[in-house]
Design a protein around this ligand. Sequence first.
Ligand code: GLV
Length: 324
Amino acid sequence: MKPSVVLYKSLPDDLRQRLDQHFSVTEISGLTPENIAKYAEVLQSAEGILGSGGKVDGEFLAKAPKLRAASTVSVGYDNFDVDALNQRGVVLMHTPTVLTETVADTMMALVLASARRVVEVAERVKAGEWQSSVGPDWFGIDVHHKKLGILGMGRIGLALAQRAHFGFSMPILYNARKHHEEAEQRFDAQYCDLDTLLKESDFLCISLPLTEQTHHLIGQEQLAKMKPSAILINAGRGPVVDEQALIAALKDGTIYAAGLDVFEQEPLPSSSPLLELPNVVALPHIGSATHETRYGMAKDAVDNLIAALTGKVEKNCVNPQLLK
Ligand code: GLV
């Protein structure tokens, strides 16, 4: 009998067929509390789960006693309680490589859009405000040759550094848990402490996972250290930045602007003050959202689950110690 798998994100047809070849699949619309209650019996026998979003913690695991592997269609896995998975021996798989270049493109788009006020001025053109040649109230600030600060030098940070260094002649500063030799050698990136990064960056680009250590890492005190002309870009996880402190800093001119792909609450409520600020570019968490990359992520997630449930894991595993 094929192992039973719960799929909680729809897949392109060919990938769904591949999953069906290996497993007996039950597709549900999401790991919501309602679905978890409704599909309690299916979860009782599930050996694998595949999808994105929804909390997978000790409480969930108690409802899935046969679970052996979880495969998330994302690089981030902050919605999984990894300690609880480890205790239960559940292998966690993710998609860390396939989305790197696409997310770095999104970050560069946010850098350009927020510095040059692309969204704001395009809206003004649509509203019929372009009546004569534009004056300083339409101007933005330069991107090229400005200092780009990267907080979190992982794969995405590295791909951003490449774009900024070669494409825009930007000096790169970075702060990370450890020195990144490749970034230093290829892109002349300079390692510095967080305070220096905050003080010197013209663009502070955050590409960090959400952990206990990174939660609200950037708050009022840190924003106050930034230049009034600086722009904050966040495309990692929303709660790394204290959003209330950011709103205040954007309102009172502590910093110039922000380009955000992630928020403390997603989807961003329509009542969020961020949406009223002209100096904010807000995107709906589209870091990896291209047809090609989302297909690649789904494919990796399917391959990851097959590898995990057939004992053939070679990569993309969050807790490889369980495989030993
Ligand atoms: C997107 O946010 C991801 O973690 O893949």
